[in-house]
Design a protein around this ligand. Structure first.
Ligand code: FES
Length: 240
């Protein structure tokens, strides 16, 4: 198996050829903040929180979608990166209605946790306060687009793991939204299997179990690696 050697934060690291900067950093115990990325789902490169500096490159690179190369010199913690990461979190907070005090995920939210970790204690941008309708038409789950950060984890898990493709994205730019079916109420879609995978991978309170109240929703993303490793090993293939 081919191996490449690179430097991250002055540390010499060897990693499998073809792995991303994020994989290499994680294997070496180096933390890079992420939001849209989730192990087990295809990389998206959407949130840009994982930006790193690569020596010789005129722009910042998203660690989750940039492949490692022999001799790369990477920095994951610089003043510029912290400034950009804080700005990204602030823009996310300003874009929708992230009012933690009345959110089902208060205390367990990845956006909230990341904001705290990066020291985002105020937002410098005007809040857009969009008027987005919730969808409680599903028998088990609720969608609240006001909490959505458009990471598309729900869309990817529904498509790539469950194979239902009930969820998708519609619109462009500030008009982008997650939709169910052909933009019909979730409860009316025929493809949804009510598996709940989208609930578990959503990093915020944008998708949650019906009946959950403020701060009550906790998510378990470890199910994803469990399912995927089970599939790899064919442990459910009882016929062979
Ligand atoms: Fe890399 Fe979102 S985690 S862009």
């Amino acid at each position: 198996m081919a191996v490449v050697t690179l430097t991250i934060n002055d540390r010499l690291i060897s990693t499998q050829a073809g792995s991303t900067i994020l994989d290499a950093a994680e294997d070496a115990g180096i933390f890079i903040p992420t939001l849209c990325h989730l192990k087990g789902l295809s990389p998206r490169g959407g949130c840009r929180l994982c930006l790193v500096e690569v020596e010789g490159s005129p722009r910042l690179s998203a660690a989750c979608i940039t492949q490692t190369q022999e001799g790369m010199v990477i920095r994951t913690e610089t003043e510029t990166l912290t400034r950009y990461r804080k700005m990204i979190i602030e823009l996310l907070l300003a874009e929708r209605n992230h009012v933690c005090a009345v959110c089902v995920m208060n205390g367990h939210c990845e956006l909230q946790r990341m904001a705290a970790k990066l020291g985002v204690d105020h937002v410098r941008y005007d809040y857009l306060c969009p008027d987005l309708a919730m969808d409680a038409s599903h028998e088990r789950n609720v969608r609240d687009p006001n909490r959505c950060i458009l990471c598309a984890r729900c869309v990817r898990v529904c498509d790539e793991v469950e194979g239902a493709h009930t969820l998708d994205m519609m619109g462009r730019g500030i008009q982008t939204n997650v939709i169910t079916g052909m933009n019909i109420p979730w409860g009316k879609t025929q493809s949804c299997t009510a598996c709940g995978k989208c609930v578990q991978v959503c990093p915020t309170g944008a998708i949650f179990k019906k009946g959950a109240s403020v701060a009550e929703m906790e998510k378990r993303q470890d199910f994803l690696t469990w399912i995927l490793s089970g599939r790899d090993k064919n442990i459910w293939d009882w016929g062979n």
